[in-house]
Design a protein around this ligand. Structure first.
Ligand code: SF4
Length: 420
């Protein structure tokens, strides 16, 4: 299930949605299941299963509620889970028969048993925070052609409390780690060369990460992960990551302005020298996806950020409008100060790439257009070739080809957003 039209020309990076393979692994064999990914095929509302389950994010909540309403009208029970449900519980509950909050591993067995008895409860709440990570059953994905990049998790949560971040709002500084032995066993079972660690922040616990890296070194795979800038202070770890097959890292740079980073409560960025971070990662042949957040008053920063990305030959970068996800610090404060549109995610169509603040409309529209124009420049052929080192640190034809391909995908995505 997703929020985009099936016929859309949007080029998506279609990855396996990990949660459904976890649910499949937890489901007893006597329960018949069917997995449908709406990005590949339409959902048939005339089907009448005992239960429809959707794991939803804020961007596809509208679509999930639409589907939920249609199934409920046909007498089918609908259970919603996922990040958006944890961020907007009451809203989700009014749009479903039942909601599940937290780790599926804690609640799925009860849900199935209650369903069998015809006693599905309104809410299932996982209140444990121990290390229960099911081994996903990926057979369900065989029917679709996903990217060969396989998602694997090593932890859930994050100990930081960035004010814009939905993970911070959901996990409230908690983090649970998965047994590194299980992580390595899962990767062995996948038998694929490309892995994406889906953790919000892969490098939070050096000892845990080192155990995983040591397992990866024997496997000759390539992997990518998300982390924060504090990795800059740990060159030893960066070296180990490179030796274990780290292909690239997605890193939240967010802003160059101290005041903005303070507003975002991203204190680790204030203390970090971004140039050192970039140089050290490049020294070990690790590519970078740098993510920047553009606030509604950041018009003057955009040109500087674009120049910085090109000058520092950052392989990939995203500049996104500050989005006040439900229940985050930015949303709560914005509602109090009447500067954020209440429940903006219920706007149809979902306001991708738009500012959802209450401010001068022309100013916001101007900044949205500027962002699209500047990102178009960043992903022009000339600037892609300036940033990707065909003969430099990426003196590796596969690496160069993959980064080129990713840049071409990003350029196509920008073209799509121009028409939203
Ligand atoms: S460090 Fe990253 S994942 Fe953690 S709270 Fe901040 S933005 Fe979210």
């Amino acid at each position: 299930m997703n929020g985009k039209q099936i016929s859309s020309k949007y080029i998506s990076w279609l990855m396996e949605p990990l949660v459904y393979a976890i649910l499949k692994a937890l489901t007893p064999p006597d329960v018949i299941t069917e997995f449908i990914d709406e990005r590949f095929e339409p959902i048939t509302i005339n089907d009448t299963p005992d239960l429809v389950v959707m794991s939803i994010r804020t961007f596809n909540a509208n679509r999930a509620y639409e589907l939920s309403k249609q199934f409920i009208e046909k007498g089918v029970k609908v259970l919603l889970g996922g990040y958006h449900v944890m961020l907007a519980k009451e809203e989700a509950l009014t749009n479903a028969s039942s909601i599940a909050i937290g780790n599926a591993e804690d609640v799925w067995e009860n849900i199935i048993n209650d369903l069998k008895k015809g006693e599905l409860k309104n809410t299932y709440l996982s209140d444990k925070s121990n290390n229960i990570f099911a081994m996903p059953n990926r057979e369900i994905y065989n029917k679709y052609k996903y990217l060969p990049l396989k998602p694997v998790e090593t932890s859930r949560g994050c100990p930081y409390e960035c004010s814009f971040c939905s993970t911070a709002a959901v996990y409230k500084k908690k983090i649970i780690y998965r047994d590194p032995v299980n992580v390595i066993n899962e990767i062995k079972a996948i038998k694929r060369k490309w892995i994406m660690f889906t953790d919000e922040n892969f490098l939070l616990n050096s000892k845990h990460t080192e155990k995983i890296l040591s397992g990866l070194r024997k496997m000759k795979i390539q992997w990518i992960a998300q982390t924060d800038v504090s990795i800059a202070n740990n060159e030893k770890m960066i070296k180990q990551m490179a030796l274990s097959g780290c292909f690239g890292l997605l890193i939240g740079f967010e802003s160059f302005k101290k005041s903005r980073l303070e507003e975002y409560r991203k204190t680790q960025n204030i203390k970090t020298n971004y140039k050192n971070l970039i140089n050290t990662l490049h020294k070990y042949g690790i590519g970078i996806y740098a993510s920047f957040i553009i606030s509604k008053d950041d018009e003057n920063s955009v040109d500087h950020i674009i120049k910085y990305i090109i000058d520092n030959r950052i392989e990939l970068a995203g500049l996104s409008p500050l989005t006040p996800y439900p229940n985050t610090g930015i949303y709560i404060n914005g509602i109090k100060s009447k500067t954020v549109i209440q429940k903006w995610w219920r706007i149809k169509p979902y306001p991708y790439w738009k500012f959802v603040f209450i401010d001068n409309k022309e100013k916001l529209k101007g900044l949205e257009n500027k962002l699209i124009e500047k990102k178009g420049q960043l992903y022009s052929i000339k600037n892609i070739l300036k940033r990707i080192r065909l003969n430099g640190f990426l003196n590796n034809p596969i690496k160069s080809a993959v980064f080129l391909m990713l840049n071409i995908f990003a350029a196509a995505e920008i073209q799509y957003k121009k028409h939203l």
